[in-house]
Design a protein around this ligand. Structure first.
Ligand SMILES: C[S@@+](CC[C@H](N)C(=O)[O-])C[C@H]1O[C@@H](n2cnc3c(N)ncnc32)[C@H](O)[C@@H]1O
Length: 234
């Protein structure tokens, strides 16, 4: 994919400031600090106090067998949306794929670049290189929740993918889950980050939203307790 550059940041990892392209919700210290140490505990917290643990340790490790199952399905140049610390981008690069990570967290972008991957500090809703030409888009680790509106995210991804392109989305492994909420990133010690909209969807709900947004289902699978759907815009 031409026109894709790796972008590193000069902000010290661990004490991030929000800069252009970043989102203060994910640039807040709890997330940046967790990526810096490679460890949680880290959570998304709803206003009612409910906590969703974030698997920072796994995100900071190498791609595992379940991730490699996803990588084997990728086609053409790959856009990893919300790449976090970049395990998928790095593994794709190691296997000869052209891959770009995008993330609104400076710490995440810095980690991805540090792993030898290409990454941009950019929201999926910002102008992006290769628009309309990506072979595959990834929404790993529940990133179908980005923006808190799965249908809006699917409409955006349809513009980024090449005709007939592939979206691989990791869903919540619960058949009835379909929720939207304002959440904050917290480590339960320091101050939490600002509230932002997030969605959690199981595979049946994602397939329902996909039909609404004019996508068709290619495949559904589950590996080691993690659940995925592969979709194509029609
Ligand atoms: C649940 S974490 C997923 C971690 C990641 N997939 C990994 O492999 O480590 C969500 C990620 O999405 C990023 N994110 C949130 N909103 C975003 C947006 N609008 N555009 C791009 N990335 C976003 C966050 O900064 C965070 O790194």
């Amino acid at each position: 994919m031409s026109g894709i550059r790796a972008v590193s940041t000069t902000t010290p990892v661990g004490r991030q400031r929000a800069t252009a392209g970043s989102d203060p919700a994910w640039s807040a210290d709890p997330y940046a600090d967790a990526l810096h140490t490679g460890r949680g505990p880290l959570f998304l917290r709803r206003a009612d106090g409910w906590l969703l643990p974030l698997d920072v340790e796994r995100w900071c490790e190498e791609a595992d067998a379940t991730d490699l199952d996803v990588l084997r399905r990728c086609e053409g140049p790959v856009l990893d949306v919300g790449c976090g610390p970049g395990r998928m981008v790095a593994a794709l690069g190691d296997r000869g794929h052209r891959a770009l990570g995008i993330d609104v967290s400076e710490a995440a972008v810095a980690h991805t670049v540090g792993r030898g991957g290409q990454a941009l500090l950019r929201s999926v809703f910002d102008p992006l290189p290769g628009s309309g030409r990506w072979g595959t888009a990834l929404l790993m680790d529940g990133n179908v929740g980005i923006g808190g509106d799965p249908v809006a995210l699917l409409h955006r991804l349809a513009l980024l993918l090449a005709p007939g392109g592939l979206l691989i989305a990791e869903t919540v492994p619960g058949p009835d889950v379909d929720e939207r909420a304002l959440v904050q990133v917290t480590d339960l010690h320091g101050p939490p980050g600002p509230a932002f909209p997030w969605a959690r969807v199981g595979t049946p709900a994602l397939l329902h939203h996909a039909r609404t947004a004019h996508w068709r289902t290619d495949e559904e699978w589950s590996t080691n307790g993690r659940t995925f759907a592969a979709l194509r815009p029609t």
